[in-house]
Design a protein around this ligand. Structure first.
Ligand code: PGA
Length: 255
């Protein structure tokens, strides 16, 4: 049985004040909001790096987990601006998003860098959330399967299939991110099943247990149909995770 995961990716948004407000609203809704929110679903938030320490302190007595939005592939040293996996552990992070399409597209991260990030997170006990997804052009050219499988195979070929046992995969079609245009439940399910099938070629037990979440304009209105799909185990939520009530409603749906 796969445990669902809902992760809020706050991207480069917020201030000390707004983040404190968002976290206390989340904690409050979880405390009042009956057991259902806590039932069978892991809830994680990914604030900007500079607010991780604040978030960690505010989440001390909460079941909400902490994720970073990125992690360096290097351990330490002369990498100006980078944040290492051990620093993230120090700040209470249990998860790290790696290979988000915004990192791949805007900051030129290729599969090799993503493998390094995945590996450095996992080596220290952080669960990587590996993002894969095709652009609109890829989809229109019929290359969706090839693109997402290449991104997944980069990990499997370098680190072995067992690396996936302590990881989450997020399928995020690039054309659905921040556009309000979500993949239909059937489109998403098709890719999730494809990814699970690929893992199954190596190890059917790992495939069965692999958490594969969907991201791209998820909100409380479309979450139910997406999460009802057999191979969708939760969501990576951007814009809608900046609103506490909306995010909690998405978490409730997964029940
Ligand atoms: P979105 O972002 O929900 O705003 O589309 C999702 C993501 O980028 O993880």
């Amino acid at each position: 049985m796969r445990r669902s995961l809902i992760a809020g990716n706050w991207k480069m948004n917020g201030s000390r004040e707004s983040i404190s407000g968002l976290l206390s609203a989340l904690k409050e809704s979880m405390a009042n909001g009956s057991d259902e929110v806590n039932l069978g679903v892991d809830i994680v938030v990914a604030p900007p790096h500079v607010y991780l320490d604040l978030a960690n302190r505010l989440l001390e007595s909460s079941t909400i987990g902490l994720a970073s939005q990125d992690v360096s592939q290097f351990d330490k040293g002369a990498y100006t601006g980078d944040i290492s996996a051990s620093m993230l552990v120090d700040l209470g992070c249990a998860y790290a998003i790696v290979g988000h399409s915004e990192r791949r597209q805007l900051f030129g991260e290729d599969n090799e860098a993503v493998v390094g990030k995945f590996d450095s997170a996992q080596a220290i006990g952080i669960t990587p959330i590996l993002c894969v997804g095709e652009t609109l052009e890829d989809r229109e050219n019929g290359q969706t399967a090839e693109v997402v499988l290449t991104q997944l195979r980069a990990i499997i070929e370098s680190l072995g299939i067992s690396a996936l046992t302590r990881a989450v995969i997020a399928y995020e079609p690039v054309w659905a991110i921040g556009t309000g245009k979500t993949a239909s439940p059937e489109q998403a399910q098709e890719v999730h099943a494809l990814l699970r099938g690929e893992i199954s070629e190596h190890n059917s037990q790992i495939a069965l247990e692999q958490r594969i979440i969907y991201g791209g304009s998820v909100n409380a209105a479309n979450a139910e149909a997406l999460f009802a799909q057999a191979d969708i185990d939760g969501g990576l939520v951007g814009g809608a995770s900046l609103d506490a009530a909306e995010f909690i409603n998405i978490c409730r749906v997964i029940k």
